[in-house]
Design a binder for this molecule. Sequence first.
Ligand SMILES: [Fe+2]
Length: 170
Amino acid sequence: MPISSTLPTTPTLATLEQHLTEQPPATRAQLLLTLRLFSQDPGIASLVDLAATDRQWHEVARTPQLQVWVISWPPGTSTGWHDHGGAVGAFRVVRGSLEEHTVRDGRRLRTLAPGDLRVFSGSHVHDVRNTGAVPALSVHAYSPRLDAMTRYVETDGRLEAHEVDGGERW
Ligand SMILES: [Fe+2]
């Protein structure tokens, strides 16, 4: 539905927010296209400090139904186990390499090189790590936006929910 057909003639920020909230979530194909578009922009690396010793993150798009982050990963850093609060997500490696660890259907490790894409459902739980020797850079897209994430700790090979945060601590 075109935006112009449902918005008031002079929308306020509140009516625009309401309109965007009522839009359907992005499809997987839309998330992947979004990642391709952002990851091709040579300027995204300047949004984070690749020389920093901690992970850096920068939100480059935010609506109720779409959120895009650029994240840098110094060698040896990781997210820890987490979910995405029910949001569908996708990410693409731009520089360096990342490991994605998952436990659904048995423990699994995927190594992702520049250009590699991952897309996952709203129930996905993973731990993403840079075990390489150089900083990594990646772009992440979620729909709807992340308003909560559950963190998990691994005990005796099982994941247990540890805490819930606002989805802004990468
Ligand atoms: Fe994640």
